[in-house]
Design a protein around this ligand. Structure first.
Ligand code: S3P
Length: 165
């Protein structure tokens, strides 16, 4: 079994995933990092030079590769759980955890970050909120939903572990 952390940009998937992997003694992987290593460029460059569609294909193939492994904590890109094909793999091979957070909180965390190409595609708060709302149905398919609002890291980790066992 593996664990996949899903959720919108800024929801803490990487920070929480690293700590969780450390606690379990499992491998931590981040789908965005693996894609960047394979493509030898940043996510922003992939979006600019290729396209978002190309990036989504990279996400699919990286997910299929990780699904072959065991004892991995995966931090997914915020858009990875969008689509039936990826969910089929997620449900088969991962215990999925949705790190839920208020949009206002997420917006504060991600706004102005130059490494996030979607902030150009969805340039205003309103556009980004529409994207967030359109994703909720996909995220809510997770095995466990952890509300991270106003919670300390230790408590979030504890709640994930409780759900996973
Ligand atoms: C994306 C989220 C990003 C990254 C890419 C697209 C999205 O990952 O995969 O910029 O579609 O929500 P994080 O959620 O880790 O920021």
């Amino acid at each position: 079994m593996n664990i996949a952390l899903i959720g919108f940009m800024g929801s803490g998937k990487t920070t929480i995933g690293k700590r969780l992997a450390c606690q379990f003694g499992w491998t931590f992987l981040d789908s965005d990092v693996l894609i960047q290593e394979k493509e030898h460029c940043t996510i922003a460059e992939i979006f600019a030079k290729n396209s978002e569609g190309y990036f989504r294909k990279c996400e699919k193939s990286v997910l299929a590769e990780i699904a072959e492994l065991e004892r991995v904590v995966l931090a997914t890109g915020g858009g990875l759980p969008v689509g039936e094909e990826n969910w089929e793999i997620l449900h088969q091979r991962f215990f999925t955890v949705y790190l839920k957070a208020d949009f206002d909180e997420l917006f504060l965390r991600i706004t102005g970050d130059p490494t996030r190409p979607l902030l150009q595609k969805y340039p205003t708060r309103k556009h980004l909120k529409e994207l967030y709302l359109s994703r909720l149905g996909w995220y809510e398919r997770a095995h466990a939903i952890i509300d991270t609002t106003q919670k300390k890291l230790e408590r979030i980790l504890g709640e994930i572990i409780e759900h996973a066992y």
